[in-house]
Design a protein around this ligand. Structure first.
Ligand SMILES: Cc1cc2nc3c(=O)[nH]c(=O)nc-3n(C[C@H](O)[C@H](O)[C@H](O)COP(=O)(O)OP(=O)(O)OC[C@H]3O[C@@H](n4cnc5c(N)ncnc54)[C@H](O)[C@@H]3O)c2cc1C
Ligand code: FES
Length: 277
């Protein structure tokens, strides 16, 4: 399958809370993309910046178009925010392995922290209305844009919100309300967890899943240079020893396979890498 595409920007608008929604015409990708897969986006028409940026696919809107939701955090995303409808973007994708989909008897439980919600948005649309979504953030302003929360409410059985300062939903950590929910629900139906967000949250969700003996799949949004398995920059330590590449063997992994021991960031020639302490 050809994975290199020039995609026309069909729509590109700010959504509030620092996020943008971009709709791209990409027929080949739209027909084959799976929830949890990602695309490498060239944010400018020049070689500056040299590296494309990875983004999860947040929705397939039609046979020919797909959606990306992104937050401006640095130079690459700021350049992307300046691209207009009618222009084209160089894309590579769909890349990586997506979330394994649940069978009909299993209740999917989705957990999104920080800006980890886009791939779960696509998953929520695919798994049907039985899903439960847990959203967690520091405060109300750090939650996904209101329109996206509404879209999750339309797709899921229930959206559960926790904020650390109590400005929206339950005061506290997502993992607290998740734990209580799993204890109640596990007696009623088989469950499967899907999570995307900060490393510490994923580690905690993986721990809770193991305590409840529930399968758990996490999407690891490591920093990526090539997106193709060549540079090893996105390597993740595995419990069995050795490393797997988030871009090639992931970004979705069974949480039981990951070595969650604490990792620290080091900078080598200006690039950030995660290594074990
Ligand atoms: C598989 C995958 C899917 C992703 N999906 C989305 C998505 O759907 N929506 C979205 O908004 N973002 C997503 N990201 C993160 C996105 O790729 C980065 O925010 C983007 O590359 C930042 O580029 P920049 O040049 O603006 O920022 P930079 O200037 O490169 O960095 C700015 C700041 O952001 C931090 N940062 C950059 N990349 C990451 C990362 N991967 N993880 C954690 N912190 C990072 C840097 O450490 C720095 O503090 C995804 C990342 C991966 C690997
Ligand atoms: S980003 Fe290069 S190997 Fe994954």
């Amino acid at each position: 399958m050809n994975r290199l595409h020039q995609a026309a920007i069909l729509s590109h608008k700010p959504m509030g809370r620092g996020y943008y929604r971009i709709v791209l015409k990409a027929p080949e990708m739209a027909s084959s993309a799976l929830p949890g897969q990602f695309v490498m986006v060239r944010v400018s028409d020049t070689l500056d910046p040299l590296l494309a940026r990875p983004f999860g696919i947040s929705s397939v809107l039609s046979k020919t178009s797909l959606e990306i939701l992104y937050r401006v955090v640095g130079r690459g995303t700021a350049l992307l925010a300046g691209r207009d409808r009618g222009q084209t973007l160089g894309l590579l994708g769909p890349l990586g392995k997506g979330f394994p989909l649940p069978d009909k008897k299993t209740t999917p439980v989705l957990v999104a922290g920080g800006s980890g919600f886009p791939p779960l948005h696509f998953l929520a649309q695919r798994v049907g209305s039985g899903a439960h979504l847990f959203l967690g953030s520091r405060d109300k302003e750090s939650l996904p844009p209101t329109a996206i929360v509404k879209s999750f409410r339309d797709a899921c059985a229930k959206v559960h919100i926790a904020t650390e300062d109590g400005s929206a939903g339950t005061k506290g950590m997502t993992t607290d309300i998740l734990n209580a929910f799993l204890t109640k629900m596990e007696k009623k139906s088989p469950l499967v967890l899907y999570a995307c967000g900060p490393h510490a949250m994923l580690a905690a969700v993986g721990r809770i899943a193991a305590e409840h003996s529930i399968p758990c799949y996490v999407s690891m949004e490591e920093r990526m240079a090539c997106g193709l398995g060549a540079c090893m920059g996105c390597s993740i330590p595995m419990k069995s020893g050795g490393y797997k590449r988030a871009c090639k063997e992931g970004p979705v992994f069974d949480s039981r396979d990951i070595d969650w021991s604490e990792r620290v960031s080091v900078k080598i020639q200006g690039s950030e890498f995660k290594v074990r302490r």
